[in-house]
Ligand binder design. Structure first.
Ligand SMILES: [Zn+2]
Ligand SMILES: [Zn+2]
Length: 306
């Protein structure tokens, strides 16, 4: 048998390129009715789901998490509400990302938010798209817009779900959640807080209608009932500022906290970056300190068209 050691008795020098193990990295850069963008990175490629904040804000948040926005090759658009598409044209312009959108969603958003024609790719809901090592699966969901869908991102054997803005449980959500290792799952409102809160009646009805959003109880019930076999991490997302609190959302999942790593995504800052395998998600330490004047910090984009 050939020895691991060389004739001189020293261990051979390994090329660091072969030693380095790349991981799937996941981060919420914004989550809530004031803007959403979810980020999945693997090696030199990243996929974003939705982009509902300004590019300036995105740059600041990415910087705090040492995320290189130039890796984003595609942004998948779930629907035309502004908290999901506001920053899509700027993201495409500044990073070269391609906007993946259905024709009907594009028609519904183009008067206000129109990415450059060269940055557009139309996809069919239910037909997987491949981008480098990524496969992006989509499914129909109930929400009060033209052509709503949600996504499951598959890369390096890991499945990440981004499931927000869903009025009620549906077959697509069930089928895709069952395949996920980690899911961003909407936990939008606490029913009692909504009922007794100051939202006008028509808005309350919209939220609970079956084409609005999932409540804490609804989300928890879906996970409890499905008991997704691969799931190890849940990121509760799109939390309402008015009708929910992080602790109320977590409380609905109290009985599942031994089973899953559960975190609440913030409306106002980026989440930690998590390294995800099929077995678990590991929270990575923040790469750099947050500068005081974020707006003054330039993002190093060579050949920028800023
Ligand atoms: Zn939304
Ligand atoms: Zn929406």
């Amino acid at each position: 048998m050939r020895s691991f050691y060389t004739a001189s008795g020293h261990a051979p020098r390994l090329n660091p390129a072969y030693v380095k193990v790349e991981e799937v990295k996941v981060c919420s850069l914004a989550s809530g009715s004031n803007g959403n963008i979810y980020y999945v990175e693997y090696e030199d490629t990243a996929i974003a789901v939705d982009m509902g904040i300004s590019f300036r804000r995105l740059k600041s948040r990415a910087l705090t998490r040492h995320i290189d926005l130039r890796k984003i090759k595609a942004v998948f658009i779930s629907h035309e509400h502004s908290d999901h598409v506001y920053g899509v044209p700027a993201l495409c312009r500044h990073t070269g990302a391609v906007a993946y959108v259905t024709r009907r969603t594009y028609d519904a958003m183009k008067s206000k938010y129109r990415p450059d024609q060269n940055s557009l790719h139309f996809f069919e809901i239910g037909t997987p798209e491949t981008i480098g090592p990524f496969t992006i699966h989509s499914f129909h969901k109930p929400h009060d817009v033209e052509d709503p869908c949600s996504f499951r991102i598959e890369v390096a054997g890991v499945n990440i779900g981004v499931f927000t803005d869903i009025g009620d449980c549906c077959q697509g959500l069930e089928d895709n959640l069952k395949m996920c290792h980690l899911a961003f799952l909407e936990s939008n409102y606490d029913r009692e807080k909504l009922d007794t809160g100051r939202y006008p009646e028509h808005l309350k009805q919209r939220i609970i209608s079956g084409y609005g959003h999932l409540s804490n109880i609804q989300s928890a019930e879906i996970v409890r009932r499905l008991n997704p076999p691969h799931l190890h991490t849940l990121f509760l997302s799109h939390i309402s500022q008015e009708n929910n609190t992080p602790s109320l959302a977590i409380r609905a999942f109290e009985d599942m906290r031994d089973k899953y790593e559960i975190r609440v995504m913030s409306r106002n800052e980026a989440s930690d970056v998590w390294a995800v395998t099929t077995e678990r998600a590991r929270c990575l330490p923040n790469a750099i300190e947050i500068p005081k004047r974020l707006d003054r910090v330039p993002l190093p984009i060579p050949n920028s068209t800023l």
